[in-house]
Design a protein around this ligand. Structure first.
Ligand SMILES: *Cc1c(COP(=O)(O)O)cnc(C)c1O
Length: 394
């Protein structure tokens, strides 16, 4: 088991025998977050309505320069549900959307648009190259029928932090509307509504705010939300209807995940105490730096060049050594108290290690030590990948 004596007190240690989750959500949560779920709440009760109201305000306040132009609308379900809710609610039937894809979550957005019957065009950059402003601008100039652009902030499948500020700038300059899947970045990567003008952004409870899974939330420019009545293909995913009900009587339409919302409220307190978005960014960045420098010393190579590495999750290429097997490596890491994450690339074999959740740099050093021990057990001499692997070309 993990030696927890060195963990400093800015993160919680897991309950006895529980492994650390090095995964991008669900993730290791604080003791206070778990404790908050021990109480039952009446969803119609004033105390619970107040909790929902305060939560919505706290979420909008994480956007810099929001100028009270935005509304937060939470919705039941996992992150994918709120992405679909955003697309369905904000894209009218006659819209035409440009989807910027560089991984699994961008692909899922295009798949959702096909399923709900919304016209779309894609720029597909493959597994890990970032979409850039010049190509987005060229497409928008060529095709005046495009009304909206969708981008993923941190593409969790590779861990790349996409350049959303430069993309937002050309989208605004060409008079289009920008929708952002910021699932795995919101709360840890600062975003300003002035520098990155956007129409809507979505995230969920169990990523950088470090709550438990069960709902997502959209932050939507009020003027656009007011225009969205009747767009949605789905009754339960209609963010306009959900918003109207919350404004009318403070309640969620249909049963809310009360315990998860109470846990999220506790997680928001911890987020604030840590110094908000900036404090969280700093801790995650330290986690990533300890992880990446330690793993590099063991011979591992990251998929991405330093410039594009997010402080959220890092993709490592599998060692070429014939003694390496991800399944065995995974089991050895687990037996030392660390749950890692398989890769999600289509072309090269890889695995991922998350930096978010109740983790600090001491714990990340233990992860590196566990990786060294696992390589030893597997009799892997060197952790370097095949030389034919795409060298981080970025
Ligand atoms: C986690 C995540 C989602 C949502 O995934 P769920 O499994 O439905 O919670 C969507 N987009 C990105 C970028 C994510 O990281």
């Amino acid at each position: 088991m993990v030696d927890q004596s060195h963990s400093n007190n800015n993160v919680s240690t897991p309950l006895c025998g529980e492994p650390y989750l090095l995964t991008p959500g669900p993730l290791s949560t604080a003791a206070q977050v778990k404790q908050a779920m021990l109480k039952d709440w009446g969803s119609w009760d004033d105390d619970f309505r107040a909790m929902t109201r305060e939560m919505r305000t706290a979420i909008v306040d994480m956007i810099e320069d929001h100028a009270n132009d935005y509304e937060c609308v939470p919705i039941q379900g996992s992150g994918t549900f709120v992405v679909e809710a955003m697309l369905g609610t904000l894209l009218p039937e006659n819209s035409h959307t440009l989807v910027l894809m560089n991984g699994a979550y961008g692909k899922r957005i295009a798949q959702t648009l096909s399923r709900i019957g919304r016209r779309h065009t894609t720029i597909d950059k493959g597994d890990y190259l970032p979409p850039r402003a010049d190509e987005v601008e060229a497409t928008l100039t060529q095709d005046p029928t495009i009304t909206h652009v969708v981008v993923v902030h941190c593409e969790t499948s590779s861990g790349i932090l996409n350049p959303i500020e430069e993309i937002a700038t050309v989208v605004a300059a060409t008079g289009r509307k920008l929708l952002i899947d910021s699932m795995s970045a919101f709360g840890a990567i600062a975003i300003s509504a002035r520098k990155t003008p956007f129409t809507a952004l979505v995230s969920s409870a169990n990523k950088c705010i470090e709550g438990t899974p069960g709902f997502g939330f959209a932050i939507i420019r009020k003027a656009d939300l007011l225009n969205a009545e009747g767009n949605c293909h789905s009754l339960s995913l209609d963010l306009y209807d959900q918003w109207q009900q919350m404004e009318r009587n403070g309640q969620w339409r249909y049963t809310p995940p009360t315990h998860v919302i109470a846990a999220f409220t506790a997680a928001l307190d911890l987020h604030r105490n840590e110094g908000g978005v900036c404090g969280r960014f700093n801790r995650y960045t330290q986690n990533r730096d300890t992880l990446v420098s330690g793993m590099k010393k063991l011979g591992f190579k990251t998929l991405l060049d330093g410039r594009w590495l997010s402080p959220i999750i890092v993709t490592f290429l599998n060692p070429a050594d014939k003694n390496f097997s991800f399944d065995h490596f995974y089991q050895l890491m687990k037996s030392q108290g660390f749950i890692i994450y398989p890769g999600k690339l289509t072309e090269v074999d890889s695995f991922r290690i998350g930096c978010i959740g109740q983790l600090n740099s001491q714990i990340m050093q233990q992860v590196v030590d566990a990786a060294a021990h696992s390589l030893n057990k597997l009799q892997v001499e060197h952790a370097g990948p095949e030389t034919s692997h795409p060298d981080a070309v970025l």
